[in-house]
Write a protein that binds this ligand. Structure first.
Ligand code: KG4
Ligand code: ZN
Length: 365
């Protein structure tokens, strides 16, 4: 019975979305944030509660998967209560549940996915399986109500670096991704080696403002004719540089290292995203993911957009990191595209990426 009921509700939402408000509950637990949000019509945030575990993991220098899963489990009931309270609604008013089912840590994803399945079953409302990377793009639909595809999207987070050409809300083409470390991961590893703590991006960004771009780390792209990225080379150079100075008992110019590393990495991101916009004659570039908070990336892209005459969009600062609102938003756009309806056999996909997203992202009920 459940299957028939949710299928019919999904089809009704898909048919009637232009005449009726749709409330989606978004659940995110892929890494170290437990977050639940209520979003109206994919654009309007009624609540977005984020319980972060950063302080818990900071003392280990990075996310400890088992600890993350346990803390999601402890936090999730309370996060849901707060999300409903802040949105001033009760569960029966929700039309659909959207949940991140990949990519991420398997145990962490498991908590959100099972919670979402239980809610969907109890409330007899559709369950929508959301890819985290597409969620990061949607942070911009929440920030700019007028933003619509087509555009080029650059996703830069702790787990992903990808250039995507969004043709519609649903149809896209992956132009390139990292062949090794994600850009945020690189920031975190460099920060760890410099003793700057976890997560590293925000600290490096701050220190970079105080230093000089005077250390000659790789000054060229190692993948010049491709939209793919590689960051492990520059990361290894920084680590070797720091080790050499430490062994020689020399002073480590932390701020200059931050500035030089950051400029190298950001130039690569800016260069390739601008090339993609120009090559495909798009008018908009949309950035998403934790690293989209980076001040150097924002400054350089804003400048390039002015020079080359396109518009650049960054999410509001509190939507750059992981949150349930972006997942709810993507859930809405899947509903109106008639895709993403999941069954109760939905399982986490820790390694899902955009290359096989289209194959997987059909209705799986
Ligand atoms: O999107 P996100 O919250 O989680 C993942 O999906 O991975 O991204 C977290 C990443 C971390 O690696 C963090 O160091 C990085 O985003 N980050 C930054 C900045 N703020 C956060 N990287 C560079 N500059 C920043 N200002
Ligand atoms: Zn993320």
């Amino acid at each position: 019975m459940y299957k028939e009921i949710v299928k019919e509700k999904f089809n009704n939402l898909n048919k009637n979305y232009k005449n009726k408000d749709i409330l989606v509950l978004g659940i995110e637990s892929s890494c170290d944030e437990t977050s639940i949000a209520v979003v109206k019509n994919g654009r309007e945030i009624l609540s977005n509660v984020v319980a972060t575990q950063i302080d818990i993991h900071a003392r280990f220098g990075g996310v400890v998967p088992e600890i993350a899963s346990r803390n999601h489990l402890m936090a999730i009931d309370q996060v849901l209560d707060q999300a409903l309270e802040q949105a001033k609604i009760n569960l029966t008013q929700i039309d659909a549940i959207a949940v991140t089912y990949g990519a991420g840590l398997v145990g962490a994803l498991m908590v959100g996915v099972n919670y979402a399945k239980a809610l969907s079953f109890a409330l007899e409302i559709p369950l929508i399986a959301v890819n985290h990377i597409k969620g990061h793009i949607c942070a911009n639909y929440l920030t700019y109500p007028e933003l619509t595809p087509p555009f080029v999207a650059l996703i830069v987070s702790g787990g992903h670096t990808a250039l995507i050409r969004m043709k519609t809300y649903d149809k896209f083409e992956l132009l390139g991704s990292t062949i090794d470390d994600a850009v945020g991961e690189c920031y975190d590893k460099v920060a760890k080696c410099l003793g700057l703590g976890y997560p590293g991006g925000i600290v490096i960004d701050k220190n970079a403002k105080l230093g000089e771009n005077n250390i000659p780390f790789i000054k060229h792209s190692i993948l010049p004719n491709s939209f793919d990225f590689s960051f492990s080379g520059v990361k290894t150079q920084v680590i070797n540089y720091v080790h050499k100075l430490t062994q020689a008992n020399e002073n480590i110019p932390i701020n200059n290292i931050c500035t030089s590393f950051q400029n190298q990495v950001i130039d690569e991101l800016v260069d390739k995203s601008v090339k993609a916009v120009l090559k495909y004659k798009e008018k908009k570039l949309v950035i998403g993911g934790g690293v989209s908070a980076n001040s150097c990336l924002r400054e350089k892209l804003t400048q390039c957009a002015k020079e080359k005459n396109f518009s650049v969009y960054f999410p509001e600062k509190n939507l750059t990191g992981d949150n349930g609102a972006m997942i709810a938003s993507e859930g809405y756009f899947q509903i109106i595209s008639g895709r993403g309806l999941a069954g109760l056999d939905l399982t986490p996909e820790p390694n899902i990426n955009l290359k096989w997203l289209r194959r997987k992202q059909k209705n799986i009920l």
